[in-house]
Design a protein around this ligand. Sequence first.
Ligand SMILES: Cc1ncc(COP(=O)(O)O)c(C=O)c1O
Length: 414
Amino acid sequence: MAVTDSRAYAEQLDADDRLAGLRLRFEIPDDGVVYLDGNSLGRLPAATPGRIDDVVRDEWGDRLIRSWSEGWMDRPFEVGDRLGASLLGAGPGQTVVCDNTTVNLFKVLSSAMDLRPGRGVVVAHRGEFPTDRYVAAEVARTRGGSVAWLGPLDPAAPWPTEPVTASDVAALLHDDVAVVLLSVVDYRSSALVDVASVTQAVHDAGALVAWDCSHAGGSVPLDLVGADADFAVGCSYKFINGGPGAPAWIWAHPRHHDAMTNPIPGWMGHADVFAMTGDYAAAEGIRRFMTGTPSAIALAAVDAGVALLEEAGMDAVRAKGMALTSYLVDLADEWLAPFGVEVASPRDAARRGAHVTLRHPDALALTQALTDRGVIPDFRHPDGVRIGLAPLTTRFTDVHDGARALQSLLAALA
Ligand SMILES: Cc1ncc(COP(=O)(O)O)c(C=O)c1O
C-alpha cells in the first residue's frame, strides 16, 4: 500500500498544517459535509455575521445617512487597498471594490480600447469563462472591431490542460490588437498563466492586457505591479470568502490613472460626487471606475474575508494550495485512473491554481451522486468534476475522503 493510501497519512498532513488554525475562524457546521467547492462559493468567515450586524445596526440603524460621510464613501477604496496589498501586490489607490466582475470587465476592456485608439481587435480565449467571452465580443462589436480567439477551433475538442504561453499569445498579436483578455487561473483546467511573460509579449506589440483574476485572487499570490500589468478584475465570493454576490474588484496600473475612461460614467465616479451639476467629469485615479452606490453591508463581508487571507499570508496559502492539489493528483492517479478518470489540470503544481478538474464521461452523474453523499464538488461541462481546494478551509482529510467517495462510486458503476 502506498503511503497516500492511508487516512492516517492525511490526518498527519492536517496535524502538520500551519494554516489549520485559520479553518477554526470560519463557521463550519458539524454535519460531515466534505466541501470541495470553495472556488465557487467560499465558506462563511466567523467574523462576518458580526461585521454585517455592526454595519446594519450601528452604522445604518443608529447613524443613518451620516454613515456615508463617517466611512461608507471611503470603504470601496479602503477594502480595495487592503485586498490589493495582501493579494495583488498593489500599492494604495490602485484597487477599488465595486460592481460585479462582468461589469468590471466591460469597464476595463472599454477603457483599454480608448487607450489604444485606431486599434480594433480584442484577443481572448475560446475556452474562457462565458462572461469574459461575451463581454470581449460585445466591446469589440460596439467599437466596430472584432475578437481574435486563442485556443482550439473545434468546439468539441477537450479543453487545453496547460497554460497559455507568451508565444501562444504573440502568434495572434499585430498592430490592430488593442487589448488581450486572459484569466490568470483557468476556471476549468486550473492552468496558471505566467502573468509577467504574457504581459511583456502584449506590450511588445503595443497592446494592453486585462487579467481576470477570479480564480487566482486568494489562491495564488499576484504581483500585478511587478508584472507591469495594465488592468485586472476579479470576484470576491470564491477564495476571498466575501459571500454570495459579493462585489468584485478592479485594479489599474497607476500609469493609466490619468487617461483611463469609464464607459458607465456614474455619479460615484465623478470628480465631485455631490456637485450634481454640469457634465460628467471623471474623478482622479481608481475612483473613476466607480459607477453607482456601493453596498456598505457587502463591503464589510469582503473586508472580513480579505482579513483572513492577509493574516494567513499569500505565500502560506499558495504552499498549502499546491500541497492539497498535489495530494489529490496522487490519489487520482492511484485510485481513480483505473476507472478511466483523467487529470484535466496541469500535473506540475507550479502551473495550476488551487483546484483540479477530473475528466470522466459520467462526470455529471458522478457530481450529483457525490453531492447526495455530502461530498460537494462542481460539474463543468462537458465531462469535468471540478474539485476546489480552498487552502484556508480544506483539510487533507477532506481530499482523502472526497477521493475515496468518488472511487467507491466508480467501483459501483464498473
Ligand atoms: C473566471 C470568471 N470570470 C468571471 C466570472 C463572473 O463573475 P460575476 O458573476 O461576478 O460577473 C466568473 C464566475 O464564476 C469566473 O469564474
